[in-house]
Design a protein around this ligand. Structure first.
Ligand code: FAD
Length: 403
């Protein structure tokens, strides 16, 4: 007892004031190296351009995908087929750094790796994997994931998109809405109702050059502007028999892909929060009102203390869930706890940070309002906060309250 007390007489000081509980001390050197590499690339490639991409509502997604592919970030937690085969914690740490730049950048990587690539990797044929995964991992081919429809978001089981048999072919008809990467994708994983006799909801690998497929871009977004969002129109899209994902039937197919993506989000959102808090912390130490720095007022410190504590708690939860995923795996309700808590807390942190900058808080010169606006999308996609509350409620009570 005495020996261990003296061995830690002067605990090490974390390298950043925001890492107040010293999370760095429990990360491996490899994890820190991955995190730092992603940060460096974001600083070099994203940060100098993100304000312009956000304001113009466009981004060079193909160039970015190649850049991230070269780093091994696309499908980084998948094994084989050119994927990096890293851990869930590595992936989570990368998501934090990507989203500290912009949620749109993290979305590009999440949709590619956790939705489109994961669906093919987990449920596709060997031919699907050979054809798409190496190119997707390299960022040479972009994927999207079409589940949501104009009239069916939180309740995808009621989807109207249909897949019907015509000889050995499949013919897809319907519309998908709010699809990230849709207009720039080379391949779309589309979920359609194939009828009870064919297993109900099924996934299809759809090359976007197939006649009848189009993906008009959605404009006028006030959130996630540095991200391509599209409608998918499927007008009698004829596919060969082998286009179907054979290894899953029913809603558990898309839901298990969403669980993967939600896991990335529960880390990523904290990146947006960290960037906002760091901006507010620095700003309040530099700006003077009533003859002293804003940071010297107790109300300011209370806000900073509250935000920092929430950020650290969120990171601890993310790290715990990541270690659990790497060891025994995660249950859907555990992912829901992470997404529900970390996204709602991150929005709160962005909004409170915004107040600390006063009028400057609404300016695009600072990243906070951009992060706050982005997190409105993050709160909604991959299951709204309300849906995750219902998943948690069901796990707690055994009672399903969705319908
Ligand atoms: P609705 O389902 O209509 O919900 C509206 C409100 O009602 C919400 O607050 C919701 O929580 C609440 N509500 C609904 N049902 C209940 C209930 N039973 N109890 C209590 N409250 C309820 N989808 C994809 O398939 N692929 C993508 O790549 C993709 N990318 C996206 C990118 C962006 C920028 C955005 C904004 C969305 C994206 N989505 C994508 C769609 C997203 O997943 C859906 O928007 C989301 O599932 C919610 O569906 P909805 O918008 O139809 O809302």
């Amino acid at each position: 007892m005495m020996a261990s007390m003296s061995a830690h007489a002067t605990p090490p000081r974390p390298s950043s004031p925001l890492d107040i509980v010293h999370l760095d001390a429990v990360l491996t050197d490899e994890e820190k190296a991955i995190r730092d590499t992603v940060r460096r690339v974001c600083d070099d490639v994203v940060e100098p351009n993100i304000v312009q991409w956000y304001e113009s509502g466009d981004l060079p997604a193909r160039e970015l995908a190649r850049e991230f592919g070269a780093l091994g970030l696309l499908g980084m937690h998948l094994e084989g087929y050119g994927c990096a085969g890293m851990s869930a914690v590595d992936y989570g740490l990368a998501c934090v750094e990507l989203e500290a730049s912009d949620s749109g950048i993290r979305s590009l990587v999440s949709v590619q790796g956790s939705l489109a690539m994961f669906a093919i990797w987990r449920f596709g044929t060997e031919e699907h994997k050979q054809e798409w995964l190496p190119r997707m991992a390299a960022g040479e081919a972009i994927g999207c994931f079409g589940l949501t429809e104009p009239d069916h978001g939180s309740d995808p089981s009621s989807m109207r998109t249909r897949a019907r048999r015509d000889g050995t072919d499949w013919v897809l008809t319907g519309r998908k809405m709010w699809i990230t990467n849709g207009s720039i994708a080379d391949v779309a994983v589309v979920w359609a109702n194939a009828g009870e006799e064919n297993g109900g909801i099924r996934g299809f690998v759809v090359p976007t050059s197939t006649p009848g497929f189009s993906a008009p871009k959605i404009s006028h977004k006030l959130s996630l502007r540095a991200s391509v969002t599209s409608e998918l129109v499927l007008d009698e899209v004829r596919l060969p028999a082998e286009a179907i994902l054979p290894e899953v039937t029913g809603l558990k197919g898309p839901l298990s892909c969403l669980s993967e993506a939600r896991y990335g989000i529960l880390w990523g959102a904290l990146g947006a929060a960290r960037s906002s808090l760091e901006t507010a912390r620095r700003y309040t130490t530099e700006r003077t009102q009533f003859g002293k720095p804003l940071a010297a007022f107790q109300l300011t410190q209370a806000k900073l203390a509250h935000m920092s504590t929430e950020l650290q708690l969120g990171l601890l939860l993310a790290l715990h869930l990541g270690r659990l995923k790497d060891s025994v795996g995660l249950r859907p309700e555990q992912v829901s706890v992470g997404k529900y808590n970390n996204v709602t807390k991150s929005i709160e942190i962005c909004r409170t940070s915004r107040t600390l900058l006063g009028a400057n808080g609404i300016s695009g010169e600072f990243p906070i309002m951009r992060h706050a606006n982005n997190l409105e999308s993050v709160l909604t996609y991959e299951g709204t906060a309300e849906m995750h509350a219902l998943v948690i409620g069901q796990a707690l009570t055994g009672v399903q309250a969705f319908r």
